[in-house]
Design a binder for this molecule. Sequence first.
Ligand SMILES: Cc1cc2nc3c(=O)[nH]c(=O)nc-3n(C[C@H](O)[C@H](O)[C@H](O)COP(=O)(O)OP(=O)(O)OC[C@H]3O[C@@H](n4cnc5c(N)ncnc54)[C@H](O)[C@@H]3O)c2cc1C
Length: 383
Amino acid sequence: MPDPSVVAAFLTESHVALAGRITAYAARELVPLPEPADDAAARVQARDFVARLGGAGWFASIGELDLRAACLVRETLAGASPLADAVFALQALGTVPILLAGDPRLKERWLPSVLAGRAMASFAMTEPEAGSDAAAIATTARRDGTDYVLTGTKTLISNAGLADFYTVFASTDRDQGNKGISAFVVAADTPGVKFVRPLVLSAPHPLGEIAFEDCRVPASSRLGAEGAGFKLGLATLDRLRATVAAAACGMGARALEEALGHATRRRQFGRALAEFQLVQEKLARMATDLTAARLLTYRAAWEKDRGAERVTLEAAMAKAFATEAAQRIVDDAVQILGGRGVLASHPVDRLYRAVRALRIYEGTTEIQHLIVAGQLLKQAEGA
Ligand SMILES: Cc1cc2nc3c(=O)[nH]c(=O)nc-3n(C[C@H](O)[C@H](O)[C@H](O)COP(=O)(O)OP(=O)(O)OC[C@H]3O[C@@H](n4cnc5c(N)ncnc54)[C@H](O)[C@@H]3O)c2cc1C
C-alpha cells in the first residue's frame, strides 16, 4: 500500500493519519473481495461500495474539498479495488460542480446523501460526437418558462443506469459555442431520462449511454449562471485531475508490491528472480517512475489546497505522467509474474485491465500534453 512518507513534504499530520486509516480499511474490507464476474455483478458491487464507503466516512474529503485527502483515498482504493476507486471518483466528479455552483436547495437535496453514501452521482459530459472536443456538445437545454427541456445523448458515462442523479452539460445557446453551455443536476427518475444501454469494459466499471428525451427540469437545477457550465466543467476536471493521477499511483504501487514479492519468492535457474539484473533493472525503473509520479501528484494537490486559483499545468503534468507511468509499471509487473501475471484471477491482471482507461478518461494523455504545452507557451509569450 502507498507509503505517505515519500510525499510527506506535501502532507499535514492529519493526512498521514488518514493514509494509515484508509490503508487499514482497504486491506481489511476491499483486498479480500473477489472481482465481480460480469457487468451485472460489477453494477451490484458498485452500488454496494457507495453505501459502504459513504457509511465509513470515506467521502468526507469530497465535501471538504481537501484534494490531498481525496488523493490519498483514491491512491489506496485503486490499489485495493479499482472499482471502489471508480465509485469514489464519480461521487467526486458528479458532486464537486454542485459544491462549487449549486444553490443552497440543490446542495441540501444532494450533498448529505452523496457524502453518506445514500445517493450515487454521475458526470455526463461526453457525447457520441463530443469527446476530447467537449465544447462540441450537441445536447440542448431549451428554456421554457421556469423550466429547461433537455434533449440529447451522452455516451461513455460512468454509473449510467445506476446513479441517482446526473450532472449534465448541455447547450443553452448553440451560437455561443462553449460560452453557451450550461450545467444541470438531473435526478435519474425525472421523466425523459432514459438508460439506453450498458457499455461493457474489460475491467469491472459500470459504464453506459443515457438519453434525455424532452426531459423537463426546473431552472433551479441549473448550476451557476446560464452559459457558465463549460467553465464549471473544466474547473471541476482541473481540480480533480490530480486524483486520477493518485489512482494511477495506487495501481502502480500495488503492481510493484506484487512484482517485488514474486521476484523474491520465485526461483528459476537455481536463484530468486530478484537476483537477475534484468529483473532488477525493471524493479528500479518501476520504483523510480512511481516516486516521480507521486511527487507530481501531491505537488498538484498541495498547490490547490494551499489556495492556487488553478492548477492546470501541475494537474495536467501529474495526470499525463502518472497514468503513463502506471501503465508501464503494471506491464512490467505482469512480465515479472510471467504466466501467472496474465491469469484473470491475479491482482496484476486485474490492474492491467483497469489501468488502461486512466490514460483516456478525464482528458487523454494527448490532451494533457496540449494543456501543458499551451501553458508553457503562454508563459513564454508573457515573459
Ligand atoms: C472508463 C471510462 C469512463 C468514462 N467516464 C466518463 C464519465 O463518467 N463522464 C463523461 O462525460 N465521460 C466519461 N468518459 C469519456 C472520456 O472522457 C472520453 O473517452 C475522453 O475524453 C476521450 O474522448 P473520446 O473517447 O471521444 O476520444 P476522442 O476525443 O475521439 O480521441 C481519440 C484519440 O484522438 C486523440 N485526440 C483527440 N483530439 C486530439 C488533438 N487535438 N490532438 C491530438 N490528439 C487528439 C485523443 O487523445 C485520443 O487518443 C469515460 C471514458 C472511459 C474510457
